[in-house]
Write a protein that binds this ligand. Structure first.
Ligand SMILES: NC(=O)c1ccc[n+]([C@@H]2O[C@H](COP(=O)([O-])OP(=O)(O)OC[C@H]3O[C@@H](n4cnc5c(N)ncnc54)[C@H](OP(=O)(O)O)[C@@H]3O)[C@@H](O)[C@H]2O)c1
Length: 239
């Protein structure tokens, strides 16, 4: 996928990783639709701004109509928090944005991508596709779903030549991680890795070492990862 000359649409482009994705897409020579729930919150030159809440089916359909020349869909918008056994409304909201919202974007834009030669979809997933951070289990379930959805879409859209890339990262320094006292990478690094990945035709981008470690742990006894993770959370405690 050549980003130079492509036409991209980024969800949640007003802040965090989405803002860097939109800015770097412009730098790499793409035409960019930068979208956000509050379009006035997007402060970026050289982009076309659209208002878009990915949980609003009418808004999603209108975006697919307005941005009919898109050949690179970047599903970045997401929300964190919520534990499965906590407030059910929070669990539902997490799935509504991270899973249903992302799927609704793909369903609306798949025909647009087909008309424009296939193109690519980038789904910003997480290291949480493969493990659970305490307190955000609904988020982990939603990001496991985004990972699985990406694999499924790769098969279902292969016939129209659409690349589907899922992007997995640990902690990045954005509003989402404000309350967490852990090492965080710059969001610009995440955007760069994601765009390098799609340019290389990658199915999956594993951005950082922590995420690589989490993914590698899946082939082992889960108790081993649990021990390592407890040590990471409580380094002072003896093993
Ligand atoms: N930061 C991390 O450590 C980390 C780690 C792994 C994965 N991720 C993933 O990276 C992506 C970006 O997160 P971030 O860290 O940049 O978080 P962020 O700074 O909290 O930004 C989240 C973005 O999503 C938008 N959004 C939320 N609900 C939306 C909706 N219904 N419709 C449209 N936009 C919506 C927000 O818009 P508003 O301004 O309107 O709220 C905002 O632009 C998310 O998918 C997140 O799960 C982040």
């Amino acid at each position: 996928m050549n980003i130079s000359g492509a036409t991209a649409l980024v969800t949640g482009a007003n802040r965090g990783i989405g803002l860097h994705l939109a800015a770097q897409l412009v730098e790499r020579g793409a035409k960019v639709y930068a979208t956000a729930r509050r379009p006035e919150s997007i402060d970026l030159d050289g982009v076309e701004i659209l208002g878009l809440d990915i949980t609003d089916p009418g808004g999603v359909a209108a975006a697919a109509q307005a941005a009919g020349d898109v050949d690179l869909l970047v599903n970045n918008a997401g929300i964190g928090g919520a534990a499965l056994l906590g407030d059910l409304a929070g669990v539902r909201a997490t799935m509504d944005v991270n899973f249903w919202g992302t799927l609704s974007m793909v369903r609306a834009f798949a025909p647009v991508l087909a008309r424009n030669g296939g193109g690519a979809i980038v789904n910003i997933a997480s290291s949480a596709s493969w493990f659970v951070f305490p307190g955000s289990s609904a988020y982990a379930v939603s990001k496991a779903a985004v990972w699985s959805m990406s694999s499924a879409l790769r098969q279902e859209l292969a016939g129209q030549g659409t690349l589907v890339t899922s992007v997995h990262l640990g902690a990045a320094d954005t509003d989402m991680m404000k309350g967490y006292d852990v090492p965080k990478m710059p969001p610009a690094d995440v955007a760069r890795a994601a765009l390098d990945g799609v340019e290389a035709g990658a199915f999956e981008v594993v951005v950082d070492e922590f995420t690589a470690m989490v993914k590698a742990s899946l082939s082992k006894d889960p108790r081993e990862f649990d021990r390592q993770f407890q040590q990471f959370l409580n380094p002072a405690k003896p093993r």
